[in-house]
Design a binder for this molecule. Structure first.
Ligand SMILES: [Zn+2]
Length: 210
């Protein structure tokens, strides 16, 4: 269910976030050594074709049995949320780069769940950008969840998660001044040769079961 006016602080939060500086050069946990920039929202582009249609996603490991439909995935927020405006979108301008994900406003403490089964490849903290964040190497895409609430993460690196499994709660850690989930979808591996794609079409399909 959409929630139009419940979260008036989002726009302020995003503006504040956009005005802040470059990321701390912290390597992501499973980056494989070739990572030069932080995994945060303020990291570099990573080869994404911003402003252009997202490439057709290709399942990396296991061919999808069917198309990625709402019946097989879960929306990453299990509760009320708000899509936000243009500044919440993938490709929105940020200082020095483009936004690599979709921001979804929700009350602090709202459960965050795995959209699809996979393995947790990072549970990390980055004070100046992503805050508490989790990366799941899903069986179709890599999923990234940022600004998670302190002490809310209930999964560990290496753990296998199932579709819909609770992993954390919405928070406002890192460069964020209002509770929201920064959600990224990567094709080809998070900071390991892949690139982020616009998550909005996927999110919309998961939010609106056929
Ligand atoms: Zn964001």
């Amino acid at each position: 269910m959409r929630f139009r006016q419940a979260l008036p602080s989002l726009a302020v939060a995003l503006v504040a976030s956009a005005a802040l500086g470059p990321p701390v050069a912290a390597a992501p946990g499973e980056g494989g050594g070739a990572v030069a920039s932080a995994p945060g929202e303020h990291a570099g582009g990573g080869g994404a074709a911003y402003g252009q249609p997202a490439p057709q996603p290709k399942p990396r490991r296991r061919p999808a049995r069917r198309a990625t439909t709402s019946g097989e995935h879960r929306f990453p927020i299990a509760g009320a949320f708000d899509w936000g405006g243009a500044d919440s979108r993938f490709g929105a301008k940020r200082r020095g780069h483009r936004h690599q994900g979709q921001d979804l406003a929700a009350a602090s403490g709202t459960p965050v769940v795995a959209p699809y089964g996979g393995v947790v490849t990072a549970v990390q903290y980055q004070a100046r950008a992503a805050g508490h964040y989790v990366v799941i190497r899903g069986e179709d895409y890599d999923y990234v969840f940022m600004h998670l609430r302190s002490r809310s993460i209930v999964v560990r690196e290496g753990e296998r998660v199932r579709t819909g499994q609770r992993i954390a709660e919405v928070g406002s850690t890192g460069e964020s001044s209002g509770p929201h989930l920064h959600f990224e979808v990567w094709v080809g591996g998070w900071y390991s040769g892949g690139n982020p794609i616009d998550p909005l079409p996927l999110l919309e399909s998961w939010a609106s079961p056929a």
